[in-house]
Design a protein around this ligand. Sequence first.
Ligand code: ADP
Ligand code: MG
Ligand code: ZN
Length: 616
Amino acid sequence: MKNNINNLLYKNILWATMTLLILAIAFSFLFTQSKAPTELTISALAEKINKGEVEKIIVSGNNLAIDLKNGEKAVAKKETELGLSQTLNNYGVNYSALQAVALEVKDESGFQFWVGILLPTILPLIVIGVMFWLIFRQAKSGAAQAFSFGRANIKMFHSFKDRITFKDVAGLKEAKQELEEVVDFLKNPKKFLEMGARIPRGVLLMGAPGTGKTLLARAVAGEANVPFFHLSASEFVEMFVGVGASRTRDAFATAKKAAPSILFIDEIDAVGRERGAGLGGGHDEREQTLNQILVEMDGFDRDTNVIVLAATNRPDILDRALLRPGRFDRRVFLDLPDIKDREEILKLHAEEKPLAKDVDLKKVAVRTPGFSGADLANLMNESAILAARHNHKLVAQEDLYNSIEKVLLGPERKNRVITEKEKEITAYHEAGHALVAASLKDADPVHKVSIVSRGRAGGYTLKLPVEELHLRSRTQFLTDIAVALGGFVAEKFVFGDISTGASNDIKEASKLARALVTQYGMSEELGPQTFGESHELIFLGKELGGEKNYSETVATKIDEEVKNFIDRGFESAKKIISSRKKVLDAIAKTLIEKETLEREEFDKLVGGFKLKPLAI
Ligand code: ADP
Ligand code: MG
Ligand code: ZN
């Protein structure tokens, strides 16, 4: 932003200097032309007339253009009030000498007269006017808006030409399903209001960079056919405090006026960082902006038909206040595309590109694990460029393969590259979790297994309890520990080595085991007691630390018990994995091939082995 303004300033200064330079050159040009003849005083002219050296005098207004007999030209000025003969008479020109001179009187034309008077006054005004106009025009067109800091730089996509719908978004099936409801609200608010339902205020789109958050937000507006206002939160954070807040106000006002509409706040983490948690002192401007967003969202009436969509790739750092009911209480997760979705995205972006007949996008999808939608769009584009550079008529499979590397090595790509080996390790790791979960009686059913990285973990296995459980038994905790360790055990068993991918699981298992002992009193050894008081720091709303209220002996015992629980989970996972290696292989192989397994597919695959449920 600061840069923008600087650029603008330089541009304008350049403009002004150039204009002045051109004017100066033009003026001096005109001036020298009229200066070419020598200038005579009236007395000198009188003398020349008396001497008979003057051939002709052309009078126009007060200006005299003189042709001398020797061929030279001269100019002179007469007094304003008097006629020429009168003037010359006063300078002692005798009558006969004057008669020898041809006198021509040119009426100073009305135009010339006015130009002569007005030009010197008006020209500078015009120049200044033009300069200001240029400055304003540039300030407006540039993102800077140098003269309207407080106004939101809100972009509206409304035209039907670039209307985007769900058809333009490949994959992301779950996200689309969830947003379908929002579309329905916008299209048909009455239906919901009559049922007494409250229109949702905010939907938070979460996902890695390039997964299509912005695209999907626009598609929602396109589906509902409502105006879409796009603003980037990072632009809010300006050099002047208070600007962000006033821009927020402005943006919300604009969106409300256009209701039903969608207000999209991109990269909301730029302002939505947890407030007050920064130990190095808060960022005033950011906090004010965030507060303003919250105030605006709270100020919606029940029937305000504006839905605020926000996007972030860092949901972990968002302020809790943003996530409260009535604010961004709906969350939609955008996963990186799996093999099938990658193929679809490639297909979508290949639509306007002439592909050779033998191009197989599926093979490209196989070779691009970890690519985001944006990466794939980029890949398609690169391959078209490559084909054009080689003067080919069609994009060939080779071009696509070669572009994969280009995108991988590209400067924008910061996420990690997944190798074949890593893919295999991740597959076995996730298969380990899934198999342990499927084998134990009390485990939550596996909803989805995926080796497409989500956030920092290599893959994930999603287990959801059958019912929303508020009470968990000791057996369930033990099962959870075993499932958490399943990935670790599988890696160790299959590869004889473990990767960093298991570190989160180990942390999770340790946390569970410790909670079992110290919080829930589930250890037989130590009995029903809690150990350590955790402090809720109210103003942060977060648990920061605990206080030790037990002796060292007890501490040792706690550690022993924690280890016991972990060992039990570990043993149980090991037993399952070593005795059911065939199933593990089958799951891992399917994962390498498909990358994601939904619940039905998983159940079908494992069901084929007729596993007996085990107790922990
Ligand atoms: P984000 O906002 O999540 O960083 P964008 O929505 O800006 O990502 O996506 C960037 C580009 O990547 C889009 O303009 C589109 O061309 C492409 N893209 C990303 N995801 C998809 C998808 N699911 N289907 C089609 N194109 C996609
Ligand atoms: Mg984006
Ligand atoms: Zn794991």
